[in-house]
Design a protein around this ligand. Structure first.
Ligand SMILES: [Zn+2]
Length: 131
């Protein structure tokens, strides 16, 4: 295990800080905790068993974001998606976008079509209209 400063020595260092520095440290720490908690919530569990809520069908990188085609359990009581493997009974698959914004992990529901598929689809429709 890598050597880490003990909590006591960390406390001693923190005590030497000015009031302003202590406040800054507190804010920084709160931000760190928030970011890490959010990251844990958003990163889909890998190699999870049947209890998993998300099954990743496909993963793509597009315009600085990670897109995942996922099947999900909605979590509603009595829903068909609760009985069986999420990869089989989950809703979808639907695309979700994941990205970082000032250090925070964000995610967004995209829908049945990935953005690049929507572009192709539109292009095809336009071609069909013109021909
Ligand atoms: Zn459901």
């Amino acid at each position: 295990m890598p050597r880490r400063p003990s909590f006591e020595s960390l406390q001693a260092s923190l005590k030497r800080l000015s009031l302003e520095e202590k406040q800054q440290t507190l804010e920084w720490l709160a931000q760190q905790i928030k970011t890490e908690t959010e990251a844990e919530k958003l990163v889909p569990p890998t190699g999870a068993g049947d209890s998993s809520r998300i099954a990743i069908v496909e993963q793509q990188h597009y315009e600085g974001k990670t897109y995942q085609l996922e099947k999900r359990r909605c979590g509603k009581e009595g829903c068909v998606c609760l009985d069986g493997k999420v990869s089989e009974v989950g809703h979808g698959p639907y695309w979700y976008a994941y990205w970082r914004e000032s250090g925070k992990l964000k995610n967004m529901y995209v829908g049945k079509r990935a953005p690049w598929e929507t572009l192709n689809h539109k292009r095809q429709s336009v071609q069909a209209y013109n021909s």
